[in-house]
Design a protein around this ligand. Structure first.
Ligand SMILES: NC(=O)c1ccc[n+]([C@@H]2O[C@H](COP(=O)([O-])OP(=O)(O)OC[C@H]3O[C@@H](n4cnc5c(N)ncnc54)[C@H](OP(=O)(O)O)[C@@H]3O)[C@@H](O)[C@H]2O)c1
Length: 354
């Protein structure tokens, strides 16, 4: 067979924001820009029949790629996120599902689907396939769901709930970014545990999804003041926060004594100057627990239990999820911006092969 096109997405420039934002916080920060930050390159080709698999390599076709909010942290000039900053001019990477086309290793068979971190390309040769996890051969949920509710974001909710929530029936929780991949799972875990759930999102359609999930109090944080909502429906035993900044400060003021705040993300500071939290003294006054949780820390303890239960519940509809799907690498730069600006609902994914 003749070589085929092998498109890829390149990191082209660091989003540097406006002069005003740079002056304000002495940090280079701003939203990614369409046509500048990421570029799609169609110039490369690959010969799927002859590309070398010497040394136990595996040739795969990309099935689906996750677009996560934290990828913005890979794009900063100075803030190297866990040492994994994207390099200018090179292909970007993230969690994905791939299908084996040819294999130089007995363990991996053509047709098998694998989950791991790979490049934003149509085809790639995995030099270390042992870093990838084989997905179940019998498909009960779309492969893309292994990037969302049955993947890293779902695990973030599941593991975080296990290690940090310490929830008791009848308690009150607030979940920010609640219609997202992580938040929508947390809302369902909290309802199943018998909690009163206050949930926010930034668009009307997302609020409808939160009502479907059974959240008790639902509001648009862009049009309704968080402090007023918490004054009326709080105080809180637990806050599951993805946002940071002003949201975190308002939450701290509305916690009960001995409440738990789980710091899961800081989206408000991914593209804009970080806001100061000036009421940390209340953490002492109220004897609060403020805990950061990183999904990877709990993989060894809970991943097996997660995969044994969550995909089956998703397949039966006992757990619900939403996805925002695009079907070409050409749409990646726009979807990347949409996730940063809140124009996605649920898990944002690029599906290249169903
Ligand atoms: N700790 C961990 O190990 C871990 C693992 C995975 C994810 N995370 C973090 O968890 C959070 C949610 O992740 P996800 O995958 O579920 O993402 P997601 O829902 O796709 O996140 C994007 C959403 O964030 C909201 N948002 C964007 N800018 C915002 C702002 N300035 N203020 C408030 N909300 C804003 C938007 O929804 P609205 O309509 O609600 O504004 C947007 O749709 C992210 O902060 C992510 O980095 C942490």
């Amino acid at each position: 067979m003749a070589p085929v096109r092998n498109s890829r997405v390149l990191f082209n420039s660091i989003p540097e924001g406006t002069r005003a934002s740079r002056r304000c916080c002495n940090k280079i920060i701003g939203y990614p820009v369409l046509g500048e930050t990421l570029l799609v390159d169609h110039a490369k080709t690959i010969d799927l029949d002859t590309v070398s698999l010497e040394g136990g390599k595996v040739l795969v076709k990309t099935v689906a790629i996750s677009i996560d909010p934290f990828l913005r942290l890979h794009m900063s000039r100075s803030g190297r996120h866990h040492g994994t900053a994207y390099h200018l001019g090179e292909t970007i990477y993230n969690f994905q599902v791939v299908k084996v086309l040819r294999s130089g290793r007995d363990l991996f068979k053509p047709g098998q689907h694998l989950y791991g971190v790979g490049d934003f390309v149509e085809y790639q040769v995995l030099s270390d396939p042992s870093k990838w996890t084989a997905l179940p051969e019998e498909q009960s949920i779309p492969w893309s769901v292994y990037l969302g509710a049955a993947g890293m974001p779902g695990k973030t909710a599941y593991f975080g709930w296990k290690v940090g929530a310490n929830a008791k029936k009848g308690e009150t929780i607030y979940v920010s970014t609640a219609a997202g991949a992580v938040g929508s799972m947390v809302v369902q875990l909290a309802k199943a545990a018998g909690l009163k759930v206050i949930a926010s999102a930034g668009q009307e359609a997302k609020l409808e999804f939160l009502r479907e999930l059974g959240a008790d109090v639902v509001f648009n944080y862009k049009t309704t003041d968080l402090a007023n909502v918490l004054e009326e429906h709080g105080p809180l035993d637990i806050c599951w926060d993805h946002v940071g900044g002003d949201t975190l400060a308002t939450v701290i003021s509305n916690m009960k004594d001995f409440g738990r705040i789980l710091v899961m993300g800081f989206t408000a500071a991914y593209n804009a100057p970080p806001a100061s939290v000036t009421n940390l003294g209340l953490v002492l006054v109220k004897r609060l627990t403020l805990r950061g949780i990183a999904v990877g820390d709990h993989e060894a303890q809970y991943a097996e239990e997660f995969y044994a239960t969550v995909p089956a519940k998703l397949a039966k509809g006992e757990l619900k999820y939403k996805e925002t799907v695009v079907r070409s690498l050409d749409e990646v730069p726009q979807l990347f911006i949409d996730v940063q600006k809140g124009n996605n609902t649920g898990k944002a994914v690029v599906v290249l092969d169903d």
